[in-house]
Design a protein around this ligand. Structure first.
Ligand code: ISL
Length: 573
């Protein structure tokens, strides 16, 4: 227990800077805005801040398209502001982890400008340039080097007329993929990372880092995906945890992290990662990354048509998924735990019913698992999805390009498009942070870049700070529990009630210490026979509760009664 890494007891808070706090009234959040709010983070008790990108960027994908890795975009401030923020966080005992976006750069990065300039430029093969498919007019339909579809709709290839070749972009055409096969690319990335660590930052959240190794054939070609002619195919099998991914991450660790103090944190964002791969990525003996973000639980409500074809969550699917990740990483490796981030609709609108009780129930469920919890700005208030009422209000490139694609395919029913975006768009999580009930929720004195949710009248930080029963104070208690209670950080995990569609229950055990966690994931009252909760519930009494949010638990010797959205953590007596 004593030699477990510090991050097994830590909670990370994600800041999406454009939506957090605006200091200068231009409607977009900035670094000095964050500086004004550091006490909110200290009061919540988080150990680490993960800051989404603030680097120089054309903002095609809100900063995930970087044109200078070693400068701050003027819309967010300056490097001096960032140094000041780092010092202010460190003064409160909070670490700062930066976003690392190196699967791709912006097309306006000097590396890509050089690469694009001519076929003989020394940086030409820092990116993936390929000739058109033979026999078809270059730039025309079907002439792309492979048939892969992009994460943001359309093909992953864009034709560049002046040099007569296509370049690869898994995301937007303004986010060309770097060629990690090239040692000079890797060295340039590692040098940049060392520069940031030398500046005093405490680690990296690595954007889509499991997509950097592409399954290139010895002759330099990339394989087609299986699919019908004329329809874009799924290219993910050819770059998800690709052939050299472990080699690249081990090399990065050697070149960047080895020999540095163990205060650092690395977390790899990994769409499509499996438990078996995650064991390899997070095995400390392999020295790759500390933990990964997996995506299985945030795909459980995707329908056959993908994320914009949502279906209701089945609680048993969530149990099967989380249960598999908990047991898979029990012996080797480590989990990260998250509901919300800047790419996901808000959990209270998605798996909850937007009530404060549902926010607290879902928070308790997640935070009592084994792993490092991540809290996304506003989640600690129970902030809801955006409820935008018109397609014109959306700003997210993924949403806009999906709408354009649907319309091009003749699907012009705006009501249907709006309903899909209202459920799943990334903008749901990007509305401004709700600080108070004043104009624009205290986020800005100007016009916010994305509308403030009108429910800031009731859901806001100022009101919740003053209310000990608020969602905010519940998150504060969950974070404190992880700090103070070794069984929360390190105890074994056992899932209970695996077939129950309404109640989520599990135990955590460390030596003789046992916690029993029971969560009613519905808006109806429920009751659970104590016998179904196993040995941990044998002598259960209401006063064994260590965390509640709806009053004293209802235990009668035979059953545990659960109020709507009630979550209780008991310690075995
Ligand atoms: O939200 C998604 C699209 O459905 C995800 O596939 C998302 O694109 C994926 O999680 C990768 O996300 C990260 O890289 C993207 C960026 O747009 C996201 O904001 C970032 O979190 C490209 O850099």
């Amino acid at each position: 227990v004593d030699d477990a890494p510090w991050w097994t007891r830590a909670v990370v808070y994600q800041i999406y800077p454009r939506s957090f706090s605006d200091s200068d009234g231009d409607g977009t959040g900035d670094l000095r805005g964050i500086l004004d709010r550091v006490d909110h983070l200290a009061e919540l008790g988080v150990d680490v801040v993960w800051l989404s990108p603030v680097y120089a960027s054309p903002q095609d994908d809100n900063g995930y398209d970087i044109s200078d890795y070693q400068d701050v975009d003027p819309m967010f401030g300056t490097l001096a502001d960032l140094d000041e923020l780092l010092a202010a966080l460190h003064a409160r005992g909070i670490k700062l982890v930066m976003d690392l976006v190196v699967n791709h750069t912006s097309d306006e990065h000097p590396w890509f400008r050089a690469s694009r300039a001519s076929r003989d430029d020394p940086k030409r093969d820092w990116y993936w340039w390929r000739p058109p498919r033979p026999g078809l007019p270059p730039g025309g339909p079907g002439a792309e080097p492979t048939n892969w579809g992009s994460f943001f709709s359309g093909p992953v290839w864009t034709y560049d007329e002046p040099t007569g070749e296509y370049f690869l972009h898994l995301f937007s055409a303004k986010q060309p993929d770097l060629n990690w096969e090239k040692p000079q690319v890797r060295e340039a990335v590692y040098a940049m990372m060392r520069w940031w660590l030398d500046r005093g930052i405490d680690g990296f959240r690595m954007d889509v880092i499991n997509l950097i190794s592409k399954a290139v054939r010895p002759d330099g070609t990339l394989p087609d995906g299986r699919g019908q002619d004329g329809v874009l195919a799924d290219g993910t099998p050819f770059y998800t945890c690709g052939p050299r991914i472990h080699e690249f991450l081990a090399e990065m660790h050697r070149e960047v992290f080895a020999g540095r103090p163990d205060r650092l944190l690395t977390v790899g964002e990994m769409p499509g990662v499996t438990v078996d791969e995650a064991i390899l990525f997070t095995d400390p003996a392999r020295a790759e990354v500390d933990m990964v973000f997996q995506f299985e639980h945030v795909g459980l409500d995707h329908g056959p048509g993908g994320k914009f074809d949502p279906r209701p969550l089945r609680l048993t699917d969530l149990k099967a998924t989380f249960g598999r990740w908990q047991s898979g990483l029990a012996e080797t490796g480590w989990n990260s735990l998250y509901w919300d981030n800047h790419d996901q609709p808000r959990i209270v609108s998605r798996f909850g019913d937007e009530s404060p009780a549902s926010a607290k129930a879902l928070a308790t469920l997640l935070h009592l698992h084994r792993g490092t919890p991540y809290v996304y700005q506003g989640e600690e208030l129970g902030m809801t999805s955006a409820h935008l009422t018109s397609l014109d209000e959306y700003r997210d490139i993924e949403s806009l390009r999906w709408v354009a694609q649907e319309r091009a395919a003749g699907h012009t029913d705006d009501e249907r498009l709006l309903a899909a975006l209202a459920a799943m768009s990334r903008d749901n999580a990007r509305t401004p942070m709700q600080w108070d009930d004043g104009p624009h929720a205290g986020f800005t004195t100007g016009t916010p870049w994305l509308p403030v949710n009108p429910n800031h009248a009731t859901i806001n930080a100022a009101a919740q700070r003053a209310d000990d029963g608020s969602v905010l104070h519940h998150y504060r208690r969950l974070i404190a529990l992880r700090h103070d209670d070794p069984v929360v950080a390190l105890g074994d995990f056992t899932m209970l009630l695996t077939d129950d569609e309404h109640v989520y229950a599990f135990t955590r055990r460390l030596g003789d210490d046992v916690l029993l966690v029971v969560v009613n994931v519905t808006a109806d009252a429920r009751s659970v026979p104590l016998a179904d909760l196993g040995e941990a519930a044998a002598h259960l009494r209401a006063d064994h509760a260590v965390l509640t949010h709806l009053g004293e638990p209802v235990v009668d010797g035979q059953t545990l009664g659960l109020r709507p959205w009630e979550a209780v953590v008991f310690r075995r007596g």
